[in-house]
Design a protein around this ligand. Structure first.
Ligand code: PPE
Length: 305
């Protein structure tokens, strides 16, 4: 259960949490066309709170809206400021921020012409997405029988509300079978991404991840490229088959919510030693220092509130 914060930003105004309501004819509720973001804000060692990679997330929100032909009635700078204002007014030191662009009520049917395009920003406190133990010891991943969308089916570069039905199907399937998270393959059978994370492997010192074909262009994924470059670790975008993951030295998942979560098992095969490997641990260390403002090299990733 999400703990209530004081306010939700809705269409330009901060409204009390319980009053942020919509009509049942809200178009997105019926047909799933909306776009959203997931952003984290962390408290640094000096007590200050910073939103992590805010401009990049807002840019992706506008890219998603552009792909889906939704005209957001605010400028990117205004949405960024709204994220800051909501955090400030909610007085949260750490939070997950959820900007959501949706089609409001008005016409029904598949060609809504004049329905308002509405924007909400919600902030709530969210702990380790795949559990504290998962973050430390690694999770058990299972390949789902559900395939990730083909780009001509759902537009996978956009973070679309309806895309997540596919993720939920996969997640349900594997959690009911006792696993922690689902891996989805793309329509050609190669590794795509997990239900809410990008996937990486480490083999003989080289980091590999699938190219941006049928996956969300993750912002945490982008951090891994920068951090690996700074650490002098080779990193490649290549097609990966599931059995390459089975024999990798290390596998890990990345996402705003999941951060950097090690994978200790995939499809009942132990990955590497079965414990988080040195590359995963190093990347976690640098990433967590970056989000908390402890590494000046990554100061440009932080927007202090
Ligand atoms: N792939 C998918 C399908 C995905 O949903 C996410 C984020 C990523 C990759 C990683 O993207 P990024 O956060 O920019 O590194 N998934 C969100 C899940 C939230 C939810 O369950 O709700 C997130 O991490 O915010």
């Amino acid at each position: 259960m999400v703990d209530k914060a004081k306010y939700i930003w809705l269409d330009g105004k901060l409204v009390p949490w319980d009053q942020a309501q919509v009509h049942i004819l809200t178009h997105t509720l019926h047909y799933g066309l909306g776009v959203f973001e997931g952003i984290r804000a962390y408290q640094g060692h000096d007590g200050r709170t910073a939103i992590f990679r805010l401009p990049e997330h807002i840019r992706r929100l506008f890219d998603s809206a552009h792909i889906m032909q939704l005209e957001i009635p605010f400028a990117p700078a205004a949405i960024q400021q709204a994220c800051i204002d909501t955090m400030r007014q909610n007085e949260q030191k750490e939070a997950y921020l959820r900007p959501l662009v949706f089609i409001g009520d008005g016409a029904m049917g598949l060609h809504p012409q004049n329905n308002p395009i509405r924007v909400a920003i919600i902030t709530w406190v969210w702990g380790a997405y795949l559990g504290d133990e998962g973050l430390q010891k690694g999770i058990r991943l299972k390949t789902s029988s559900h395939t990730r969308h083909h780009v001509n089916v759902m537009m996978t570069s956009a973070k679309v509300v309806g895309n997540y039905v596919n993720s939920i199907l996969a997640k349900r399937e594997v959690t009911r079978a006792g696993y922690d998270e689902a891996l989805l393959l793309d329509p050609t059978g190669y590794v795509a991404e997990a239900s809410g994370e990008n996937v990486f492997l480490v083999k003989d010192g080289v980091i590999k991840t699938p190219p941006l074909t049928t996956i969300l262009p993750g912002i945490t994924r982008d951090c891994i490229f920068t951090i690996a470059g700074d650490l002098g670790l080779p990193i490649q975008e290549v097609s990966i088959a599931r059995d390459e993951l089975y024999i990798a030295d290390e596998v890990f998942l990345t996402g705003t919510a999941a951060e950097i979560t090690p994978v200790r098992e995939l499809d009942d095969r132990t990955i590497g030693t079965g414990s988080p490997g040195p590359v995963t641990k190093k990347l976690q260390e640098v990433y967590f220092a970056a989000v908390k403002g402890e590494n000046p090299k990554y100061a440009s990733w932080l927007t202090y509130i």
